[in-house]
Design a protein around this ligand. Structure first.
Ligand code: ADP
Ligand code: PLP
Ligand code: MG
Length: 282
């Protein structure tokens, strides 16, 4: 399996491609990593150095990959944080080129917009670009609850609200939706839910809530979910496999008291998670 992953990159630590690429490789996937920014470290530190690339820089790399004649072998495109609408447009052009070469390729879009508590943290115009262009073009999306609410226009308080919001977003294009970090009225305070929806069916998975605040977990989640969905073609199975790996990764990170997720040290969790959780049809 080959995945074109177009995301931010950091030299130190693990967010964006620096969080997503290695878990996919550990699962045996060839990853073609195109970086939308190259920063020293993630912005959660408050200070960082590096450069933001632009749309033409992304298109140039995709053109070079196309010249190798390999686009027909691309099985999926993964995108995450978009620094500008211009980069977003370049990503959607890459998706079109891959689909033209391989109509079976899947586009998984992590619609990074913001988070509960923090609100919107992307540049003006990006939330609308995600809702009106990127999400409709995707086969799979992996919003957190804040992003689900924005994309659907529904304020989700209950599981029924979340299912309605997933269905509303599916009506705009993506067949498969994975909601991360979901907390509804039914969710115990010490737990975190994930909800997957596909073809009118829904699955929920609940894990303990760990006491850690790290960046990059969502980026690894989207990567793992894309790979497991592409292999199983089942949103429920992909949910079970990816959630177990993320939980193992974060549990090891919490134990170590690390500021960055233990992408390398906890790599066994990607292939043989130490703990699995029931996938409940809801
Ligand atoms: N504190 C936590 N405890 C347990 N799991 C967590 C925690 N934070 C994140 N996760 C797991 O990582 C997944 C993705 O993280 P999330 O914070 O939703 O990503 P994003 O960065 O995109 O908002 C969540 O669905 C959850 O499974
Ligand atoms: C450059 C960059 N990309 C991606 C991320 C994703 O982080 P998170 O998973 O917390 O949304 C961050 C977070 O700081 C970042 O600085
Ligand atoms: Mg995210």
């Amino acid at each position: 399996m080959n995945v074109l992953s177009i995301q931010s990159h950091v030299a130190y630590g693990h967010v964006g491609n620096a969080s997503a690429v290695f878990p996919m490789q550990r699962l045996g996937v060839e990853v073609w990593a195109v970086h939308t920014v190259q920063f020293s470290n993630h912005t959660g530190y408050g200070a960082w150095r590096g450069r933001v690339f632009d749309g033409p820089a992304i298109e140039e790399l995709v053109e070079g990959i196309a010249e190798r004649g390999v686009l027909p072998t691309c099985d999926g495109v993964l995108s995450g944080y978009m620094g500008s609408a211009d980069i977003g447009t370049a990503i959607l052009r890459a998706v079109e080129r891959v689909r033209a070469a391989n109509p079976a390729a899947l586009y998984c879009c992590d619609p990074v917009i913001g988070d509960v508590g923090r609100g919107v943290f992307v540049r003006p115009g990006i939330p609308e670009f995600m809702r009106d262009h990127a999400v409709p073009a995707a086969d799979i999306i992996t919003p957190n609850q804040f992003e689900l609410d924005y994309l659907s226009g529904i304020e989700t308080r209950t599981l029924a609200d979340a299912k309605a919001a997933v269905a509303a977003v599916q009506a705009s294009g993506p067949k498969v939706v994975l909601v991360t970090s979901l907390h509804t009225e039914e969710t115990p305070g010490d737990s975190i839910d994930m909800l997957a929806g596909e073809a009118g069916r829904f699955w929920r998975l609940r894990t303990p809530r760990l006491s850690l605040g790290v960046n990059g977990a969502g980026d690894a989640t989207a990567a793992l979910f894309l790979v497991h969905y592409a292999r199983t073609r089942s949103a429920g199975e992909a949910l079970g496999a990816s959630a177990a790996s993320i939980f193992g990764l974060l549990r090891r990170t919490e134990e170590a008291g690390a500021r960055e997720i233990l992408t390398v040290a906890a790599q066994e969790e990607f292939v043989a998670p130490s703990r699995t959780f029931p996938v409940e049809a809801v």
